[in-house]
Write a protein that binds this ligand. Structure first.
Ligand SMILES: Cc1cc2nc3c(=O)[nH]c(=O)nc-3n(C[C@H](O)[C@H](O)[C@H](O)COP(=O)(O)O)c2cc1C
Length: 84
């Protein structure tokens, strides 16, 4: 999660919004998704955590993400990004 988010942030800075980016690598929670979006991803992808969390993982991540959005006062994920 740390390394892939760092590389994602470098890509986001280098591209300056020129391309949409998919954040991938180590995502297992709503907080992880939030962090990928916060450094510049427009979408996320995950695989490994499904092995441990099962199909219910997506619902849990969505719930956690909603809790973070409420806490941060964000109503649209489009508003989450490096400028937030
Ligand atoms: C078992 C397994 C098989 C995968 N197969 C492919 C593949 O064929 N092509 C591809 O582009 N990515 C593949 N991936 C990468 C995933 O699509 C995804 O980008 C990556 O696993 C995300 O990181 P995470 O596993 O930490 O969530 C695979 C990942 C795993 C764990």
């Amino acid at each position: 999660m740390e390394k892939s988010t760092e590389v994602l942030a470098q890509f986001a800075t280098a591209l300056g919004g020129e391309k949409d980016l998919i954040g991938a690598g180590g995502i297992a929670s709503g907080r992880d998704v939030w962090r990928k979006l916060a450094v510049g991803a427009q979408a996320v992808q995950l695989y490994s955590a499904l092995v441990y969390g099962g199909p219910g993982l997506v619902r849990r991540i969505k719930r956690e993400l909603l809790e973070i959005m409420r806490a941060e006062g964000v109503s649209d994920l489009k508003d989450v990004g490096p400028s937030v």
